[in-house]
Design a protein. Sequence first.
Length: 349
Amino acid sequence: MELLDNALNQAINDQSADPDLFRPRIAVCGIGGGGSNTINRISKMDIHGAKLIAINTDNKHLYSLDPSIKKLLIGGPLTRGLGAGGFPEIGKKAAEYSRSDISNEINDSNMVFITAGMGGGTGTGAATVVAELAKGTGAIVIGIVTFPFALERVRMQVARKGIEELKKNVDTLIVIDNQRLVTLYPNLAIDQAFRVADEVTSRAIKGITETITTPSLINLDFADVRNIMASGGLAMISVGEGKGTDKVDAVVKDTMSNKLLDVDYENATGVLLHITGGEDMTLGEANEIGSRLTNMVSPNANVLWGARIDPAYNGKVEVIAIFAGVSGSSILGHEDDNAHSNQLGIDSI
């Protein structure tokens, strides 16, 4: 009995001395130019609880990123730091060449985010290798990738093949369809439109990570998040914001209208909500937002939600909603009729 008491006391003391010891280890890997740009944006958002890693074949672009980011130049003599030239097969070979370096950075992670632009060389080719390595560690692997504009026909074909390969080694895949940006923001300058997708990706990663790793009004348990993310099926992610006295109505409407992938979410098997508000946000408001956003899904869906207070959000509220196990994406040129059997969650922002 004394031995058990001593062991329990030691565990409590250890937890008090080093709270990070019991937090899930999260890695965010940006692959290629697009993915690295996302990592760079996240680094400026002061994200807590995640290791940021940029992986690229382009040495010049890699070392233009924030100094706080871990940088991996892959490919060695294959690319000589000059990029993959838009060829996914070179990007994949570069990642294969540097497998041990990549593994060393992610092998102790519980959750790995992989973000990349599909249709190019390094992002399309290397992402699947990074995902395979991450999956091999037993981590939950969440991919977040962009899909080219409709006029980029060759890149679309490359992207489809890349997504087919990537989905074999991820639990959830978030696809941001650039063509939806044209529908939602037709008058936005091109560089600003790309920033929208980049910003949503960054906010989604930051929101999920910090709700798990930092104290919140209502915490999300990592084990529960793991269950939803690993459940398979097509998924959708959306971000919304509301301000003023009608912020609850505004954020619900905004969240459901900002879909960057055309899917049906009513039959979702799992819903993950992250709500951030200022010190003026009440528990009742957070609960109403969650209820209204989940009323349209199946009553059998597994719903988890977390709420976080941030003084910078006084007078407004932000929602990140992930609907897992949905169907209807035509991004691969066909409807996903059997999403669950594919063991894939594609989140649409």
